[in-house]
Design a protein around this ligand. Sequence first.
Ligand code: BEZ
Length: 258
Amino acid sequence: MNNISTSNNWDTSLYEDKHAFVWQYGEDLLKLLNPQPGESILDLGCGTGQLTEKIAQAGADVWGIDSAPAMIEKARENYPDIRFDVANAANFQVDKPFDAVFSNAVLHWVKEADSAIASIHQSLKPGGRFVAEFGGKGNVLAIVTALYSALESIGIPQAQVENPWYYPSIGEYASLLENQGFDIIYAILFPRPTPLAEGETGIANWIKMFASPFLAGLSPEQQIQIIPVVEEYLKPTLYQQGTWTADYRRIRIVAVKV
Ligand code: BEZ
């Protein structure tokens, strides 16, 4: 299969060319962050840097980190004046605490949520804010169900498949934050059906970009066979008038370090 991204080995061209909605939707989250000139802000999981650059444009002093070396390489190429480094959300450390930590569309990849929250907590000043959006309970449920069914149809049971995502409820994530010394000042879980680019090939591209761990145990031939099966399952619900729409459900949360 061409262009498939494995775990932390992202195809940044596929990401930037066909999945720009990731940071385009993130612009709403920037309003919630409301970055101010002179503030120090950490962009956790910055990808190729588009939102990091918007934070810099607001006059804040921003540092972008991402666990994927390919993303950081591309972010540095895109915005050479901004500091970007490879670091893992579950165990990063900072020298000097920040006014805010911002994170868009990343924390659903971090199953060690407690460790990530501990890192975020130690990286904030007292009173500092954590502003995040990520997939919440029920996110892409139709797609996950179709992937499991398609895999089962070729003899691979669900128990053998790695689901790489963590989609907590608000109650669950808010409790984790409160247990580590945050006050929750805003939290919402909302459906955000997300139209995918590239017409007919939209869901295939999305699976190649984001869902490769589901296909990791398959031969290259099986990987090619499985996608049309997933498409067939999903067509009645997620494909209309030439456009695929992913069944996203987002958590948006603002928490302050006590
Ligand atoms: C999301 O943004 O919700 C998402 C992105 C990629 C894979 C799974 C979920």
